[in-house]
Design a protein. Structure first.
Length: 180
């Protein structure tokens, strides 16, 4: 947490309004994904920024995690965290997710984009059994409605244990709908 607090003074990694509640708002909020996600597999954390949830997932699960961050300064921070915490199964990619290659068992993203757009920029990273594990806030129903226009998927929603107005979406069998 000290690494995050220190770096947050240099760049906008977390909202200043949440800095005093770092444990619940960021650490626990990230850790709760593990209670609903598959137990094993490779993770891709899109728009990793402060390493949330990716670094937390890596520490607690021991699973390989790839952090994908387009901003160089943030990616440099993630590399420092990886080195200082000796997280050998954490990989950092600096670049836009649309240009990343590979496939992952679990895809997550926290506050990156609305669901419809997020699926569009990440579906190429999925294989047949990939599960998206996505924390979502108050707009979740609106986002689901928009996404259903363009995407087929199986959905399971779990309540957040850190915010009564939030959910964790688990999507599988994601496929784009054919355009007429």
């Amino acid at each position: 947490m000290a690494l995050l607090r220190d770096e947050a003074k240099r760049q906008n990694l977390i909202a200043e309004s949440t800095a005093d509640d770092l444990w619940k708002r960021h650490i626990l909020d990230s850790a709760q994904l593990l209670r609903v996600a598959p137990n094993t597999g490779t993770w891709a954390d899109i728009g990793s920024g402060a390493g949330l949830p990716g670094i937390i997932v890596a520490i607690l699960s021991g699973n390989p995690v790839t952090l994908i961050e387009p901003r160089r300064l943030r990616a440099d921070f993630l590399r420092r965290v990886r080195e200082e915490l000796r997280l050998s199964d954490v990989h950092v990619i600096t670049g836009k997710v649309e240009r990343v290659e590979g496939q992952f068992d679990i895809i997550t993203a926290r506050a990156v984009a609305a669901l419809d757009r997020l699926l569009g920029i990440t579906v190429h990273l999925a294989h047949q059994r990939t599960v998206w594990v996505l924390p979502k806030g108050r707009r979740v129903q609106e986002e689901l409605g928009e996404a259903q226009r363009s995407w087929h998927y199986d959905l399971r929603a779990e309540p957040s244990c850190t915010d009564a107005d939030s959910s964790i979406l688990l999507l599988s069998n994601v496929k784009a709908k054919r355009k007429p």
